[in-house]
Design a protein around this ligand. Structure first.
Ligand code: 5AD
Ligand code: SF4
Length: 444
């Protein structure tokens, strides 16, 4: 592979697909290459090296990688330029050398090996082997450069991997077993992020609430320690598994002011038979009882979830149980997907694969219910006073876009700066955002 000599790239572009952890990894790869002397460019067509940081969770996401590679090559053909292409992320991990065979890319690097990216790129330029999908015991994090410049809302990966083995899911294979970063390392990075401009940190992990360290500390201990970092106003975390939602974390939602009243807690389906076939290890009822405890601790908490329609064998009556669960919970927002058969997962070999039209119909009905609840959640927020973190400029002059504590997008008009925390009254609600009017500006 990569037998042809190429000149080492001077400019690079990273394109991340899929989850927030990929966004984080993409940022770290960019920092790594900048530290190695390369310059980032926003224009993939102008870059000497394009890094595709890929997602393997559903078939569509995987196919996107191959069409992107084709597009980059086609454009390169036009002006005679041939950028190097590196495939990173979960497709790199899952498909490995197959990508080199199928698409002739220069570098393939898995999610646990991307600290080696500059070396792999240099090797590829000189024509040697360019594949690294190892999952070494020593973590990549120690090999990454320090955080320097970030926006007001930053991601921080604290936990990676998954031991849950839901029968439809590739994550345990692509991201490996559950591993937690150390307490000290996470706090150091959190402080560095705040020094670099972050006012809000979202702790990331495939099972972030399974975070624990050798001393038995849990995610709530980490959150309570972060709450004491001067200048850090908001803490969030995602994604959580219902079975790892311990009392300490629920209590933190009651006690810790900087912990935002928002919880993404995927349930996937509403019928116990389906949940069992998915190997979710919780029931409809245990999930609903858990939500009752969380709401008792933090009554205004905004709930979010993930749903899959058309899991093998899902009957119409079972799908109706998903709809009734949605009605019972009243989600503030949610993600919903058609089941996508992933090679190598147990569900791919199950009987009763559901027809595409049936899945389309169920997804439409589910999304109608979720949209209805999201609009209702936004509407009931009108009249409330809350603090908004200004994250970027809006489309209109003088318009800014920020987030409420409940993760709603809020439009504001006024003389603000990115990173401001503004007390606003929410005055209008739409299906996807709200409008706010400022009360008083407060220092971070
Ligand atoms: N098909 C459809 N959706 C899936 N998810 C994970 N695997 C699959 C699959 N094979 C969804 C789940 C998960 C979210 C990240 O993606 O809802 O929570
Ligand atoms: Fe996939 Fe289930 Fe693990 Fe989530 S908990 S990453 S859905 S296996």
């Amino acid at each position: 592979m990569g037998a042809r000599m190429k000149s080492p790239p001077k400019t690079f572009h990273v394109k991340s697909f899929g989850c927030q952890m990929n966004v984080y990894d993409g940022e770290r790869m960019a920092e790594l290459m900048a530290a190695d002397g390369m310059t980032a460019t926003d224009d993939p067509n102008a870059a000497d090296l394009v890094v595709l940081n890929t997602c393997h969770i559903r078939e569509k996401a995987t196919e996107k990688v191959y069409s992107d590679i084709g597009r980059i090559r086609k454009h390169a053909g036009k002006d005679g330029r041939a950028p190097m292409i590196a495939v990173a992320g979960c497709v790199a991990q899952a498909e490995g050398a197959e990508i080199v065979r199928r698409a002739k890319v220069d570098v393939v690097v898995g999610p646990q090996a991307y600290h080696n990216l500059p070396r792999l790129v240099a090797d590829a330029a000189s024509g040697t082997a360019t594949l690294d999908t190892d999952m070494p015991l020593a973590s990549k994090f120690g090999a990454l450069p320090a955080r320097r410049k970030v926006g007001p809302s930053a991601f921080l990966t604290v936990q990676e991997g998954c031991d849950k083995f839901c029968t439809y899911c590739v994550v345990p294979y692509t991201r490996g077993a559950e591993v937690s970063r150390s307490f000290a390392q996470v706090l150091d990075e959190a402080r560095a992020l705040v020094d670099a401009g972050a006012r809000e940190i979202t702790l990331l992990g495939q099972n972030v609430n399974a975070w624990e360290d050798a001393d038995g500390r849990g995610l709530h201990d980490l959150i309570r320690a972060m709450d004491r970092i001067p200048g850090l106003s908001r803490i969030r975390y995602t994604t959580s598994h219902p079975n790892d939602m311990r009392q300490g974390l629920i209590d933190a939602h009651r006690d810790v002011e900087s912990l935002m009243p928002f919880l993404h807690l995927p349930v996937q389906a509403g019928a116990d038979r389906v949940l069992k076939a998915m190997n979710r290890s919780h029931t409809r009822d245990s999930y609903l009882r858990l939500l009752d405890r969380i709401r008792a601790a933090r009554p205004d908490i905004a709930l979010s979830g993930d749903f899959i329609v058309g899991f093998p064998g899902e009957s119409e009556a079972e799908f109706a149980e998903t709809l009734s669960l949605v009605d019972a919970v009243g989600y503030a927002q949610a993600f919903s997907f058609k089941y996508s058969s992933r090679p190598g997962t147990p569900a791919a070999d199950m009987d009763g694969q559901v027809a595409a039209e049936v899945m389309d119909d169920r997804l439409q009905r589910l999304q109608a219910a979720l949209n209805r609840d999201q609009a209702a959640f936004n509407a009931q927020a009108v009249g409330r006073t809350c603090r908004v973190l200004v994250e970027r400029r809006g489309k209109l002059p003088g318009q800014w876009l920020g987030k409420s504590p409940w993760l709603q997008s809020v439009h504001l008009l006024g003389d603000y700066a990115i990173g401001d925390l503004i007390d606003v009254v929410l005055t209008q609600a739409g299906p996807n955002s709200l409008t706010g009017e400022a009360r008083v500006a407060v220092a971070a």
